[in-house]
Structures are given as C-alpha cells and as structure tokens.
Design a protein around this ligand. Structure first.
Ligand SMILES: *Cc1c(COP(=O)(O)O)cnc(C)c1O
Length: 227
C-alpha cells in the first residue's frame, strides 16, 4: 500500500506513488521505465488535474467519454504532450469520439466494439493503443472477455477486424487477493505475444508490478478519495 494522505499535496502524493513504483520495480528486478503510471482523474475537476500536469505528470486515465470530452480538450491544447487513456467501458456508439480523444483504449471486449473501433481508426487515420479487457473473476456484472474466450477473441480482433491489440487489462474482483488474477492475465498475454499489461490500482499496484504490469492505473492514492 502507498502511504499517501489527504494532508499531502497532489505533487507529493504523485512522488510517493512514483517512489513506490520504483521500489516495486527494484524488488522485481525490472527497470522502472518499464512501468507507466496512469494517473486516473475520473470525477476530479480540471484544476486538480492541472496540479499534476504542472508537477510534470503527462499520462492520465478517465473512465467515461462524456466526462473526458468536457475536461480534456482545453488541457491537451495547453499541454500537447499529454497522453490520455480510456480505462472504462466503451459503448460502440461512442467509438468515434473515443478514437478522436484517446491515445489508448483499455476496454476492448466484444465484436461490435471491435467493428466500430476498426471503422473509426481507418476513417480518422488515428491509431490508439488497444488493450483487451479480461474478466478474470468471471463476474457477471463486469465487462471483459472471459479467460477461456481470450485467445479466440484476440485472434478475431486481428484476423476479422485488422485491429492491432498490444495488451491486456484486468480489474480483479474486490474481495479476492489480486495476485492470481494478475498472474492469469500475464499468462494470457504471454501466450498471445502481447507486450503490455494494464493492471494494478491504488491498493495493489506494487503486486501488479511483481506480475509484470506495464501500466498501473492509480487514482485515489494520487488525487484523494472520490466523492
Ligand atoms: C477508478 C479506476 C481506477 C483507479 O482506482 P483507484 O483505486 O482510485 O486507484 C483504475 N482502473 C479503473 C478501470 C478505474 O475505473
């Protein structure tokens, strides 16, 4: 766990999280440059986000297209090197906006979305980095491809939709120890030749790094509790 508190500034919390990433990488004998910190800004206003940008951070995550459209275009104009990741589920009818706005999409999980994204990627000539979400806990209320269906789905993404999928994403069930879910996701990625793993949040990113996470998605440890 990261020991950030509400009394710290956003810049201090960001540093503390980055320190913990460095430590976890050292323990796992990995280069700290092999892990990208995605600062998750959902529900937080532009003023708060700007503190993190001014502190030097450039990689951010949001979970909703609508909210992102309101918050990010002006920030991106001001800071053109910002990289924005969509980490929440995506409706096919928002594929157009998602391809226009995001540099990475972590929530590819069904053929209809593959089709919509493939169309927009071609039309807009923009190629966001794509991750397939795996529902490692097979939770009925959760998005994502079931582990047993993952290989076929990835194959389908490539051969039927021409999509370049580069990684997997998972959100372990709240009540489970996360390690087996990270291990399973890493195994699926490895046998499918995928180089990126989006896994680990505020409570468990150090564990995720042990299991090979290349992208950790951290919100509350940096920005405080969401209201
Ligand atoms: C909100 C969210 C996060 C960040 O969660 P924290 O526990 O606040 O770090 C990570 N991933 C996804 C998909 C999210 O929706």
């Amino acid at each position: 766990m990261t020991h950030t508190t509400e009394a710290m500034t956003c810049a201090e919390r960001l540093l503390a999280v980055q320190d913990e990433i460095t430590r976890a990488c050292r323990d796992a004998k990995r280069a700290s440059s092999s892990v990208t910190l995605i600062a998750v800004t959902k529900t937080f206003p532009v003023e708060v986000i700007e503190e993190a940008v001014v502190a030097g951070h450039r990689t951010f995550g949001e979970n909703r297209v609508q909210e992102s459209k309101i918050k990010w275009p002006a920030l991106r104009e001001k800071f053109p090197d910002i990289e924005l990741h969509l980490i929440g589920s995506l409706q096919s009818n928002k594929a157009k906006e998602a391809v226009a706005l995001f540099d990475a999409i972590h929530s590819l999980d069904r053929p209809s979305l593959c089709e919509a994204l493939a169309r927009e990627i071609e039309k807009q000539n923009r190629q966001p980095r794509l991750f397939v979400e795996i529902n490692t806990g097979a939770e009925p209320q959760k998005a994502g491809v079931l582990p047993d269906d993952a290989d076929a789905f990835l194959q389908n993404c490539r051969s039927n939709y021409g999509l370049i999928v580069e990684g997997l994403m998972c959100i372990p069930p709240l009540i489970d120890a996360p390690a087996p879910h990270f291990a399973l996701t890493a195994k699926i990625a490895s046998r499918n030749g995928l180089k990126f793993l989006s896994m680990g949040m505020s409570a468990d990113f150090a564990v995720a790094i042990q299991f090979g996470a290349t992208h950790v998605r951290v919100g509350s440890a940096i920005f405080g509790e969401r209201k």
